[in-house]
Design a protein around this ligand. Structure first.
Ligand SMILES: [Zn+2]
Length: 411
């Protein structure tokens, strides 16, 4: 009954949180925006209702703590992100935060041998600055000061955006957690893929997260009159980009990677002007770190050859990289036993092709993740959907996991 009520509450809260959006009729919530502030205020008040101590940290992450009267172990952190991609679904990230709060609410009367912190990371998706995982990077001690100079599409730097949000830019990343103070990091997240649905399972234990690299490529040619410059005398940056984008698709099909060009800006961007400059992004991922490394180098070389043949200048800037990371064996085993107990079925194990805050948190502590089935594997889309019953099972498992860790880690 508690799980049913909890699951219903989480579904309602997901709807309520989705209102904090910069987009009419849809959900877009980027870092350091008024919507970020509103969503975190709402999460903070739900955290307080769950009897948690609340605070905001140096980069705008929202925290709530279930204080242990007698902590004999380091702090357990449970979290996920509250920011979204453009025109997003309601459950990516946010579901994990709400499950954390509700689990601690259910455990309000239970004495634990550790503090439990639930955190809503303010930026995971990188929607605003193209730099992802800002929130968890700060907590894990790997906030890069040069990020402060990165600009959004309105030419506002992250430093300026932090100040406008009410946070001193010089303190960003200054309140990182220490490994010795952290017991583990747990994250529950929608699968964002079709595997659990295919297996007819509500939840699955995550074995690890694929590594990823992101680049910004700038292709410079020569703008000119669309009527007067003959085709064979042009340095059309967009034609170069088009050839490159298709080459990237073919490369990914031939190697053990996925690769995506998700953003493309054309300048000057007029109907009667030959494109002089194109800026586009490249995202490349693999579960094997060595494959990711060798394929990134090979692919960029291939793009360089295309640029030279077309007499274009190519500049590549790596925006971001994340190592392929395994989830801790011990936490996989504990999740597995909890899932078996709560569902009466053998636990199912799967890898994550998407990046998550957990892969940064691995810098300071063991990570353990649980995936929740989502309809048709659809995510980063308004049609993202989860079943209330699955949310109840995930909640039951998370509560079971916290209790299990209290027992396992004190022995
Ligand atoms: Zn996510």
């Amino acid at each position: 009954m508690i799980m049913e009520d909890g699951a219903r509450k989480i579904m309602q809260q997901s709807d309520q949180l989705a209102v904090f959006s910069s987009m009419q009729g849809g959900l877009t919530r980027a870092y350091l925006t008024p919507e970020h502030a509103q969503a975190h205020q709402q999460l903070g008040s739900w955290m307080e209702q769950a009897e948690l101590e609340t605070w905001q940290d140096s980069v705008g992450n929202q925290w709530g703590r279930k204080v242990s009267a007698n902590p004999t172990l380091a702090t357990l952190i449970i979290g996920s992100h509250s920011d979204t991609v453009a025109n997003a679904g309601k459950y990516d990230g946010n579901l994990g935060v709400l499950l954390g709060i509700e689990a601690l609410s259910a455990l309000a009367e239970v004495a634990l041998p550790f503090h439990v912190d639930v955190v809503a990371f303010a930026d995971e998706e990188g929607t605003r600055f193209n730099t992802t995982l800002i929130g968890s990077s700060s907590v894990a001690g790997c906030f890069q000061p040069e990020w402060l100079n990165v600009k959004d599409k309105n030419n506002l730097t992250m430093a300026e955006a932090l100040v406008n949000f009410g946070l001193p830019a010089n303190l960003a990343g200054s309140d990182a957690r220490k490994p010795q103070d952290t017991l583990a990091y747990l994250e529950v997240h929608i699968e964002q893929g079709p595997v659990l649905e295919e297996q007819d399972l509500a939840v699955g234990v995550v074995t690890g997260i694929a590594g990823a690299k992101r680049y910004q490529l700038t292709l410079s040619g020569m703008a000119g009159h669309a009527g007067t410059v003959p085709i064979d005398m042009r340095q059309d940056a967009l034609c170069g980009a088009a050839e490159m984008i298709l080459a990237i698709e073919i490369f990914a099909q031939q190697h053990d990677v996925v690769a995506t060009v998700g953003k493309c800006d054309v300048s000057p961007g007029a109907v009667n002007v030959i494109p002089g400059e194109v800026l586009f992004t490249l995202d490349i991922r693999s579960l094997r770190q060595a494959t990711l490394e060798s394929c990134s180098v090979a692919l960029l070389k291939q793009l360089e050859v295309i640029a030279q043949r077309r007499n274009l200048q190519m500049q590549s800037q790596q925006l971001y990289q994340a190592q392929a990371v395994p989830c801790a064996e011990k936490l996989q085993t504990l999740w597995g036993s909890v899932v078996e107990k709560k569902t009466g079925q053998a636990a199912f194990y799967l890898a994550s092709g998407a990046g998550h805050d957990a892969m940064v948190m691995t810098q300071i502590t063991d990570i353990g993740m649980l995936f929740v089935r989502c309809e048709k594997g659809i995510s980063h889309h308004p049609r993202e959907q989860v079943l209330q019953d699955d949310v109840g099972i995930a909640l039951d498992c998370l509560i079971g996991m916290i209790n299990k860790m209290a027992g396992e880690y004190t022995n």
